[in-house]
Ligand binder design. Structure first.
Ligand code: F6R
Length: 607
């Protein structure tokens, strides 16, 4: 939540900051602001609304300074407003700060600063930071010492950029539990919450660990630990193209990301299936260790949790180990039974989700080994987990997750086979058959993407509905859950998913004339049962929409979309595609912003 950008170099800072913010808007988009050091004053321009509003603010285009910081906000403390927008300054206007994270003890700090005659002009937690820095500065500490002392008083999470009007060529950055990356080129030093905002300027990056600080000057960067001891940090090349972070010829990021899936699935598979045995570069487990595992937990939030549900039966079947899928925000507070015989897998596209990271720390503290599955290189979760595996789906910028979900499913399915191969719980022939099918998935996804007209027409029929229901059994139910989330989060249509057999236990009371019920029917053993459930809603007037790879009598339903066949274990990777497309086109029909739905942000760093 919230994105920050900073720059110090030989170019005008303002355009670099604004471009960077545009790339970070997926993190939050209710207000935006920048501060540029102009001669010896800190010039702040900020307001509520999107980054494009910021560009129209009076005087913003005449900012000449080459040092600046910027912020795009997802409100936590205080509504979206000009006063609550960042950057925030101390009372004397000596320091300007942008902050991503939450200061949990801001009330105590406000009281302390209030007792020392500081006044506050916003409702944010962040405004205490510049004032606290000023408090220490006024006691005779230098810039970095004042920042360091202030940070020691902060409880919670932060990624901070700080500039001081008395230090014309200096930018200080630091972080704890919120992401921050530093990039360099011959034109200067660039800071951001995430690599895609900087990729147009450099491929050379360095990542700060928790509580480390960087003191950036025109010609130098010095790194310090939390006690201000000087430390060495390496910069490394990150292979990411500028095109992968752009919309290209697509109208929206979400559409681009849906269409990238044949390729992102191939990238996820990478070299894992090339050899006789499955190989993960960053995950090597022994038979001795895996044989001790009595229970696997898969823990995540939202779409990532749905990916967990979509592989649970496969892990259980192939590895013969019970798997429990849990929502991170529930898992972490319910004292789950975990010991060294438990293996915990955490899925997070962003690798920054606060609840997922807290759930991981909990399992580690109880002696379990932890594996993080994430898409973002060097994200926080990779530093916390015992092992991490990247999905390599490429940057996912639209708030609604699409390609990350299918890549998570693919990767976790390969991981299930990897465990089974080591444990020898299924035959070589069976494993080879499963591997072969995984290699065919991207082609099957491509087939669907070449055949979307029917789904576009369906979108026109349902975009003005109040409610939509999704049903399915087994893995189809997990896709129903994901598809309902996709539709509601971007189109704001009330959508619910139910296990098809559960309808008659209550929800069927909601079915009335012309309510769309979307059924996913891919499992031959369960197809007849689900079709009976569809019949029940048809009898009550529902419009029946069926996504299937089965030979069903199409004339019995209002709409049938046929998807390519695959092994039953992998159907979610195929059946979700038309439903992602449906959510997209329904939202376009409604004229809404697909990439930035209301109230949401991509990276959920609040608990
Ligand atoms: C929905 C969506 C969210 C995320 C959830 C977890 O489209 O994107 O439900 O899946 O916020 O995010 P990550 O995977 O970054 O931990």
């Amino acid at each position: 939540m919230c994105g920050i950008v900073g720059y110090l170099g030989n170019k005008k800072a303002c355009p670099i900051l604004v471009n960077g913010l545009k790339k970070l808007e997926y993190r939050g988009y209710d207000s935006a602001g920048i501060c540029v050091l102009e001669k010896n004053t800190l010039a702040v321009k900020k307001d509520k609304g999107r980054v494009k509003n910021l560009e129209t603010l009076d005087g913003i285009n005449s900012l000449e300074g080459t040092l600046g910081i910027a912020h795009t906000r997802w409100a936590t403390h205080g509504k979206p407003s000009k006063d609550n927008a960042h950057p925030h300054m101390d009372n004397s206007k000596t320091f300007a700060v942008v902050h991503n994270g939450i200061i949990e003890n801001f009330k105590e700090l406000r009281e302390f600063l209030g007792n020392n005659n500081y006044k506050f002009y916003s409702e944010t937690d962040s405004e205490v930071i510049p004032n606290l820095i000023h408090y220490y500065y006024s006691k005779g500490n230098n810039f970095i010492k004042s920042v360091n002392l202030a940070c020691k008083d902060l409880k919670g999470s932060y990624a901070l950029e700080i500039i001081c009007k008395n230090e014309p060529d200096t930018l200080i950055v630091t972080r704890k539990d919120s992401p921050l990356v530093i990039g360099t080129s011959e034109n200067g030093t660039y800071i951001s919450s995430d690599i895609p905002a900087l990729i147009a300027y450099t491929n050379n990056f360095c990542f700060l660990n928790d509580t480390e600080l960087a003191l950036i000057t025109k010609n130098n960067i010095e790194f310090f630990d939390c006690n201000l001891n000087s430390i060495n940090k390496e910069f490394s090349n990150v292979e990411l193209s500028a095109e992968s972070c752009d919309k290209g010829n697509f109208e929206d990021y979400m559409l681009k990301e849906i269409y990238e899936q044949p390729n992102s699935i191939r990238e996820t598979i990478g070299n894992t299936l090339n050899g006789e045995k499955i190989v993960f570069d960053t995950l090597q487990l022994s038979k001795k260790y895996l044989s001790t595992i009595k229970q696997i937990y898969i823990v995540a939030c939202g779409t990532a949790m749905h990916a967990g549900l979509g592989v649970k039966p496969n892990f259980e079947k192939f590895c013969n180990i019970p798997v429990c899928v849990d929502i991170a925000s529930e898992f972490r507070y319910r004292n789950p039974l975990i010991d060294e015989n438990t293996l915990c897998i955490y899925i997070s596209q962003s690798g920054e989700t606060a609840d997922t990271i807290a759930a991981l720390k909990l399992a580690k503290s109880k002696g379990a080994k932890t594996i993080a599955v994430t898409n973002v290189i060097e994200s926080s979760i990779t530093r916390e987990a015992d092992y991490f595996v990247y999905t390599h789906a490429g940057p996912e910028i639209a708030v609604a997750s699409t390609k990350a979900y299918t890549s998570q499913l693919v990767l976790l399915n390969i991981m299930a086979l990897y465990f089974a191969e080591i444990l020898e719980t299924i035959s070589k022939e069976e494993i080879n058959k499963l591997k072969k099918e995984i290699l065919l998935l991207s082609k099957k996804v491509d087939e669907i993407l070449k055949n979307t007209d029917k789904i576009k027409r369906l979108a026109k029929q349902i975009y003005n509905k109040r409610d939509v229901f999704f049903i399915g059994r087994g893995l189809d139910h997990t896709v129903a859950l994901e598809s309902a989330l996709k539709l509601k989060e971007i189109s704001y249509i009330h959508s619910e998913a139910y296990a098809a057999g559960e309808l008659k236990h209550g929800p069927i009371a909601l079915i009335e004339k012309n309510v769309p019920v979307i059924s996913i029917v891919t499992n031959p053993d369960l197809a007849d049962k689900t079709i009976s459930n569809i019949q029940e809603v048809i009898t009550r007037g529902a419009t029946s929409i069926v996504i299937t790879n089965q030979n069903i009598n199409e004339s019995n339903f209002d709409f049938v979309y046929k998807i390519p066949e695959t092994l039953e274990y992998y159907t979610p990777i195929i059946s979700v595609i038309p439903l992602q497309i449906l959510a997209y086109y329904v939202t376009k029909e409604k004229g809404l912003d697909v990439d930035k739905p209301r109230n949401l942000a991509k990276s959920v760093t609040v608990e």
